[in-house]
Design a protein around this ligand. Structure first.
Ligand SMILES: C[S@@+](CC[C@H](N)C(=O)[O-])C[C@H]1O[C@@H](n2cnc3c(N)ncnc32)[C@H](O)[C@@H]1O
Length: 511
């Protein structure tokens, strides 16, 4: 869905308007636990209808929709789980996401209050003032189970940054939820112990989760309101975790939480902030911010820039924004630069986040094997384009064979996605190439989009006055841009009208 802004108007609007169809099919399939039944062996329409006590006529259409959504496949009479459904939608499996999906369903009715929230300037639905204790306990368990499912997959993405470190002492997990993030560290570093702070009614749930992980002996559960003083040692922790906490409150409260987190850090300790940030996955971050607007008193998604400023005010050193492959990102901070230097941060990850801040819509690492070079691209320039022979367009560009040879010298690249005006895009692309060079990728070289537009006009004698900055375009060098970006998972369609919204891509080769 998030690539859709490039599609012609009405279709994109139709897709937005029917986005809830996708959610409803997924919610229903998870509620019926269809994937768990099918995992035990392929099932026919009749078999699955009988198991779920449904009529075959509707079921066939439902299974067809699940196939279209990539969650089932149909082979002969039988339906089977796809790899995605098998890994994430089968109850009892390590990476099962059903609880977090059903929590999203639970929030659907709140989203229907959006207009009222906008009129009121904040949340309008506060639930029953006297919630039945059993109902409250059930709601908290649903929420913590949902958070647990997400955190378990996130911690798998987070741990590689700590690979090779010898961490042997104390963790403080602030607003720990199920404890899944701290648990990831406890499992990786067997000499560590943890203190988990959360509200008393949540901690009884947390205890059960940690019991199941056989980690309770290494954990102190500390009932605490994290907006007030924390009952823990100042400067006593090697690792302080704030995972999905800063989006829960406003600037004033977060400033206090960051101050207390900093106070708890040992001199060479690390503060890990894991959250949504406006600069990373912007579409999801903006929607998650609305989710906070509707569902909390004052929660919001912050910019990485604001958090960085707060950390600087506390005299902490910090990494760049470290994007995870999914919708959240990390900032890691410490009182001591050497502590940060121990982290295993991939240079490409750091580069991606710094290039994103230059104003690209997306920056995606790809292998150069994915770059598709063709001979027909040159034909399209030679016949059918008024730019042929001008500036750095063909034949003044790289012929396809030269591009193929060049690509053999590189194994990795970044696809940079942006928008017109062409000159602004090309300038940003050049800045990105410089960032890559400064980050140690000495062979960094970029192919941009469109005819070179850096200068107002080309020199009349045909000799470029700006060879320092001019670069070839992807298409002018024989690269099939459509095939290449689609292989990287982007959606790109041929424009139907000259006024349609154009998307530009550049290819930054790294080594
Ligand atoms: C979004 S969950 C994140 C849980 C966990 N850190 C994770 O990443 O999965 C937020 C957690 O913060 C806790 N929390 C929110 N406000 C709190 C407060 N004032 N005092 C203590 N805990 C709080 C909630 O109970 C919940 O467990």
């Amino acid at each position: 869905m998030h690539q859709g802004a490039n599609r012609p108007g009405p279709q994109y609007l139709e897709d937005l308007a029917t986005g809830y169809w996708f959610s409803e099919v997924l919610f229903t399939a998870v509620e019926l636990d269809i994937f768990t039944h099918i995992e035990r062996g392929g099932k026919s329409v009749e078999e699955i209808s009988e198991i779920l006590n449904c009529r075959p006529a509707g079921m066939e259409r439902f299974l067809q929709a699940l196939c279209a959504m990539g969650l089932l496949i149909n082979y002969g009479e039988k339906y089977y789980n796809t790899g995605l459904a098998s890994e994430y939608l089968v109850a009892g499996k390590e990476n099962y996401q059903g609880d977090s999906i059903l929590w999203r369903k639970y929030l659907v009715s709140r989203w229907q209050d959006l207009a009222s929230c906008l009129r009121a300037g904040g949340r309008v639905n506060y639930g029953a003032s006297e919630e039945d204790p059993a109902q409250r306990a059930h709601r908290i368990r649903m929420y913590i189970s949902a958070m647990d499912r997400v955190a378990r997959t996130k911690v798998q993405e987070i741990m590689p940054f700590f690979a090779g470190l010898s961490m042997s002492r104390k963790i403080l997990d602030v607003g720990a939820g199920s404890g899944a993030i701290a648990a990831g560290f406890l499992k990786r570093f067997p000499a560590m112990t943890a203190t988990l702070l959360d509200l008393p009614e949540v901690l009884s749930c947390t205890q059960e989760f940690m019991q199941a992980e056989k980690l309770v002996e290494r954990i102190t559960f500390s009932p605490t309101n994290i907006l007030e003083d924390w009952p823990v040692d100042t400067a006593g922790f090697d690792l302080v975790i704030l995972s999905n906490i800063i989006h829960a409150y406003s600037e004033k409260e977060i400033t206090g939480i960051l101050q207390r987190a900093s106070d708890c850090l040992k001199t060479d300790g690390l503060l890990v902030i894991h959250d949504f940030f406006l600069e990373h996955y912007p579409e999801k971050a903006a929607l998650f911010d609305l989710n906070m607007f509707i569902n909390t008193y004052n929660g919001k998604v912050f910019s990485c820039e604001w958090v960085m400023q707060e950390l600087a005010r506390l005299n902490l050193y910090k990494t760049e924004l470290i994007p995870l492959k999914t919708d959240t990102a990390l900032i890691i901070a410490g009182k001591n630069k050497r502590a940060l230097a121990r982290l295993h941060l991939q240079p490409v990850d750091r580069l991606v986040s710094s290039i994103k801040t230059l104003g690209f819509d997306d920056v995606c690492p790809v292998s150069t094997d994915m770059v598709h070079v063709t001979d027909w691209a040159d034909l399209k320039c030679r016949f059918g384009c008024s730019g042929y022979g001008k500036g750095h367009c063909p034949p003044n560009s790289l012929p396809p064979q030269k591009t193929r040879d060049l690509l053999k010298d590189y194994s990795r690249a970044l696809l940079l996605k942006g928008q017109p005006p062409t000159r602004d895009f090309q300038r940003r692309v050049l800045q990105a190439e410089r960032e890559a060079f400064k980050a140690g990728f000495h062979k960094a070289f970029v192919f941009w989009a469109g005819p070179c537009s850096l200068c107002d006009s080309c020199a009349t004698d045909g000799k470029c006055r700006n060879t320092r900055d001019a670069r070839p375009s992807m298409e002018g060098a024989g690269i099939d841009v459509f095939a290449t970006v689609r292989r990287a998972g982007f959606h790109l369609e041929v424009l139907q009208d000259k006024n349609d919204f154009v998307t530009y891509f550049a290819l930054l080769l790294l080594e």
